[in-house]
Write a protein that binds this ligand. Structure first.
Ligand SMILES: Cc1ncc(COP(=O)(O)O)c(C=O)c1O
Length: 243
């Protein structure tokens, strides 16, 4: 088969990779080049890339300065794998990171290097909260997405993947997330938001609610996979107050 076609590479993917794939099922192409916000498939067709690494490529693909920094580091002889042992490169990164954080946040902030993935960040946060509080329950919100690891999947609303994996992390209590268009309370608007706040607050205060005091409440300020649903500011402020 012609090796310059998308179909050739899609077939090769099926030969070598497990069937646990998501984006390729929606985008049956093979990408050969990428620059900025544009990508090009192996057949030479260009696409404006709204995926952008699921939003992680803030500077686009193959940014010249980022690429040059990577090349410089690789050629410098610095260790590229040092477990969590300190290196001058890491110190430089931390200095830079803290210098651009809002000062009042930076004063109290600590970094934990877990791994590059979001699901590991979620997992680390949950372990931290459980360790710090000695509690086990975690409150999450319907429509939320926190990753596909064993723990984060339990905190995620979408049931399709969860239906296939039994005995995922226990102790997760789902709560309604305000969404005016498809209001979980059937009310909508500001009244719907206020109902979500009242329900959360009552559930946590009511000794008969059946929900033990949680180690953490996890939420996205804007639910992504759940449909790009921004939380009203009033709701976020209430959750902050309650926590
Ligand atoms: C809010 C949120 N949390 C966690 C994740 C999981 O990140 P990753 O795919 O890097 O594991 C995502 C990924 O889309 C996300 O949107």
């Amino acid at each position: 088969m012609n090796q310059n076609t998308n179909q050739y590479f899609i077939d090769r993917q099926s030969v070598f990779e497990s069937s646990a794939r998501s984006y390729p099922r929606k985008f049956p192409i093979a990408l050969a080049k990428a620059k900025g916000c544009w990508v090009e498939d192996v057949e030479g067709k260009r696409y404006l890339d709204f995926l952008n690494g699921a939003g992680t490529l803030a500077l686009g693909h193959n940014n010249d300065e980022v690429n040059q920094a990577m090349v410089d580091l690789i050629q410098s002889g610095a260790p590229l794998h040092a477990l969590d042992i300190m290196t001058p490169t890491k110190e430089m990164f931390l200095e830079n990171l803290f210098s651009i954080l809002p000062p009042e946040f930076a004063e109290r902030a600590k970094v934990q290097f877990c791994s590059p993935s979001g699901t590991d960040a979620t997992d680390a946060a949950i372990k931290l909260c459980k360790t710090a509080t000695g509690r086990g329950t975690v409150i999450a919100f319907s429509g939320g997405y926190h990753g596909m690891g064993h723990g984060p999947m339990a905190l995620t609303g979408n049931c399709t993947a969860k239906n296939h994996v039994q005995n995922i992390m226990p102790g997760v209590q789902f709560m309604p997330y305000p969404y005016s268009y498809r209001c979980p309370m059937g009310i909508g608007g500001e009244a719907g938001t206020r109902a979500c706040i009242a329900y959360l607050e009552r559930l946590l205060k009511d000794p008969e609610s059946g929900v033990t005091k949680p180690a953490a409440i996890i939420l996205e300020p804007i639910q992504g996979e759940g449909g790009v649903v921004p939380a009203p500011v009033e709701f976020l402020q209430a959750v902050r107050r309650i926590t």
